[in-house]
Design a protein around this ligand. Structure first.
Ligand code: KG4
Ligand code: ZN
Length: 383
């Protein structure tokens, strides 16, 4: 089965063409991605209406390039936009124009389904991808497979070079991204239960906000991670000790708003002492202490969840899974549980991408929806 996969939940516009075959074999035929980070950097974070505008601009172009390069577009005069297709993109007029220009008179061939991120994410961004998928689905008479973005992050970890891996169940997943921080238990394939989550900010969001406080560019995670490593390599003195919120409260929940405030107060105090800027080494040392506070809470709650639920496999996913310190600490933790198989996503599949949406769809091929009824769901959740 050949799947055109689309991801537009946040600030990456991404499309990929995948093939999944018997026994879990898969091939990524190609992918195209446009990151909006340079645009959002000026705002210090993702600006939803700008994200929508950029997705509208990029999505038809990237899809056209992907499918042309792979010889999946064929001239067919019967492919025309009608009232139904025009109605779908009522709120994305710019995208509709591009679709008309690039895809009318063209048929997508050898594509069996379109997988699209349905949620969770930024509503205007999600709707752009969903409406684009609905339009192509009607134009080419191909079904749509709606995908939960977080299941995509799980799927990104469950592959080797050639095959999709079925983990042993129950499988426990720690999903850490810009919008989510959650522990999810899968009792069997495609059956998920959320057993813990953040009560306020997500871990990635905390990385981004603290980076901003430190004067570092968006997205903050990679910047903080780099500086924290410098502080470790150079053995810079620990500036202070930040709180590890909810560490021993007996739940599997997380909280990062208080930690962020503690960092803000510390920075304000330092600035008052040494106005106007904080020394570079001090910034690196703060980054390290902050990163260690976040990672310690993630590791402690993961260990608690392992002890309580005795999983047979463990999966790390979401953009923050690109963090080298978190990967190391998770690997060290799992070494203490040799019976639990650990799955980490490759670095390039950690942050948002369309390949993971296609991989998730390979295991959900029965979950097809009609273009007429499909809706984006910004609050889509496991339970
Ligand atoms: O999954 P993702 O790409 O997008 C969402 O679904 O939100 O995650 C993005 C988040 C951002 O907050 C970013 O700062 C964080 O992942 N991130 C990192 C690293 N790389 C990305 N956080 C810590 N360390 C990293 N190396
Ligand atoms: Zn994500």
């Amino acid at each position: 089965m050949r799947i055109l996969a689309i991801e537009t939940s946040c600030d990456e516009t991404a499309v990929a063409l995948l093939e999944c075959n018997e026994g879990g074999a898969y091939t990524v035929h190609g992918e195209q991605m446009h990151s909006q980070v340079d645009i959002h950097r000026d705002y210090g974070g993702v600006y939803p209406s700008v994200a929508k505008r950029e997705h509208q601009k990029s999505l038809p172009l990237l899809t056209h390039r992907l499918l042309s390069d792979l010889h999946c577009l064929e001239d067919d005069a019967s492919v025309t936009l009608n009232e139904d297709t025009q109605q779908i993109c009522e709120r994305e007029p710019e995208m509709l124009q591009s679709i008309e220009r690039l895809f009318s008179g063209k048929r997508g061939i050898t594509i069996d389904a379109i997988a699209v991120t349905q949620g969770p994410g930024l509503a205007p961004a999600l709707w752009t991808g969903v409406n684009f998928a609905r339009t192509l689905s009607l134009l080419w008479d191909i079904p749509v497979i709606p995908i939960n973005h977080m299941i995509g992050h799980i799927a990104a970890a469950l592959i080797d070079e050639k095959k999709i891996i079925t983990p042993a169940y129950p499988a426990l997943a720690l999903l850490v991204s810009g919008g989510h921080t959650e522990l999810v238990l899968a009792s069997q394939q495609n059956t998920f239960e959320k057993i813990g989550s953040t009560v306020d900010d997500a871990a990635g969001e905390a990385f981004d906000k603290v980076a901003r406080l430190l004067g570092l560019p968006y997205p903050g995670g990679p910047e903080i991670s780099k500086l924290a490593q410098t502080a470790r390599d150079r053995n810079l003195p620990q500036p202070t000790s930040f709180p590890r919120p909810m560490l021993r409260d007996g739940t599997l929940n997380f909280s990062y708003a208080g930690l962020k405030t503690a960092v803000r107060l510390y920075i304000e105090k330092k600035k008052a002492e040494t106005e106007p800027t904080i020394e570079k080494d001090e910034v690196a040392a703060i980054a390290r202490e902050f990163e260690e506070a976040v990672v310690e809470t993630l590791i402690t709650k993961t260990r608690d969840a392992i002890e309580q639920h005795a999983p047979a496999s463990f999966i790390l996913g979401g953009g923050v899974s690109a963090n080298a310190h978190l990967r190391k600490e998770i690997t060290d933790l799992l070494e203490r549980y040799p019976d639990i198989q650990l799955y980490l996503p490759r670095a390039e599949l950690s942050t948002d991408n369309a390949v993971m949406i296609g991989l998730a769809a390979c295991s959900l091929t029965h979950n097809q929806t009609s273009a007429e009824t499909l809706r984006a769901d910004s609050a889509l959740s496991f339970n």
